[in-house]
Design a protein. Structure first.
Length: 387
């Protein structure tokens, strides 16, 4: 069992979880996830957050190894979500002299999750307040709705380390061989995406700090080219497209709508479109489809009619876009229906409830299988999207 170092005095004691199938019971994590926790060694010792109960035993052993013969003075709680706060009671009972450090809202939530005596064990901190460990000084900044109301981040002044809670996190175990961007984007958009304004407010606070290292609660510590990562968060939280591209999101029952949209992808590429990605919403990862819709600047929504409404996977996709504040995009609609095409009407109603959506008219209507007329209409739609 190896404890990694962030710096000589800040140790990583988190754990990888390769056995989890669904993060938050909804997001596929084929490369697992990490639950990050840190120990700051000084005259006084602070543990920075705990982990999910799924890795309790491993985490407690790592903490014990990091401490050696010493006991911790403080447990700093940045976020009460169970994947980070799940072992608060266990560590508090193991070290009964240790005090818990957090904001008032955390301590109002804590009894909802745990049942142990907090008398004389809490240190309540407010915005900008500090706590000295010796040569290290912790400074606390509230981060409400990033992405829970009690969230805060902690800045260690001497080594310029920002403990960023769920900010700058990603899916994937630490040993996963994958680019940071894709799983960080999928994580941010699907988990934090609704709260862009609150993320922007936190980024303004962070801009006042001299940051050398960002230590999130999921994913690797970020040390190099921090401007790149902060730039991504500025883009994602402002709902601006990252780059030009087209997402074709398809909900097909018997395959006719899917075949038409696969042909449409060919048409787009023949006309010179780059960055075209196709999602079969009935089969592909919904969270990835949502993340790509945020990545690119154009979206094509194609659905069969089902019970005079939308095929359920399209309804699910649009619901996710709506609750994650999807906006500032160009969108086009393709519907299918054998006797009463209605999907387009329902898609349009969703889009009209979103901000700054430019709708490419008219809706293309397929009657069962794609016709020559539909092929002409799809060509014209491609031209409009590429204009």
């Amino acid at each position: 069992m190896k404890n990694l170092k962030v710096t000589d005095s800040i140790l990583y004691v988190g754990c990888d979880d390769r056995d989890i199938d669904l993060f938050e019971s909804q997001y596929h994590v084929p490369n697992g996830v990490s639950y990050n926790s840190y120990v700051i060694m000084d005259e006084k010792i602070a543990i920075m957050d705990t982990t999910d109960p799924r890795v309790s035993e491993e985490w407690l052993l790592k903490v014990e190894k990091a401490l050696g013969e010493r006991e911790p003075d403080y447990l700093v709680i940045d976020h009460m979500e169970p994947d980070h706060a799940g072992n608060i009671q266990k560590i508090a009972e193991k070290y009964p002299k240790m005090k818990l450090v957090s904001n008032a809202k955390v301590f109002s939530m804590l009894p909802q999750f745990f049942d142990f005596n907090l008398t004389d064990r809490t240190v309540v901190v407010k915005e900008g307040e500090t706590l000295s460990l010796g040569s290290h000084t912790l400074q606390f900044f509230l981060a409400p709705m990033v992405h829970w109301p009690e969230a805060m981040v902690t800045y260690e002044q001497s080594e310029k380390v920002l403990f960023s809670a769920d900010g700058f996190g990603k899916f994937g175990a630490l040993d996963a061989q994958e680019a940071w961007e894709d799983e960080a984007r999928r994580y941010f958009i699907n988990i934090v995406g609704k709260y862009g304004a609150q993320v922007q407010a936190l980024l303004k606070k962070a801009a006042t700090l001299d940051i050398a290292v960002i230590c999130p609660l999921h994913g690797p510590a970020l040390k190099d080219n921090l401007g790149y990562y902060i730039g991504k968060y500025l883009t994602w939280s402002s709902y601006e497209p990252e780059e030009k591209g087209i997402v074709v999101a398809c909900a097909s029952i018997h395959g006719n709508t899917k075949r038409a949209m696969q042909k449409f992808v060919e048409i787009l590429k023949e006309k010179g479109a780059e960055n075209v990605v196709f999602f079969d919403l009935a089969r592909d990862d919904m969270a990835e489809a949502v993340a790509y819709a945020y990545r690119y600047d154009r979206l094509v929504l194609a659905s069969a009619t089902y019970d005079a409404n939308l095929f359920p996977c399209m309804e699910d996709f649009l619901y996710h876009l709506k609750i994650k504040n999807f906006q500032k995009r160009k969108a086009a609609i393709v519907e299918n229906g054998t006797w009463a095409p209605m999907a387009g009407k329902h898609i349009k109603a969703y889009l009209e409830g979103m901000k700054d959506i430019e709708l490419v008219e008219p809706t293309v209507t397929i009657r069962s299988a794609m016709s020559e007329k539909n092929l002409e209409e799809l060509n014209a739609l491609a031209d409009a999207l590429l204009a």
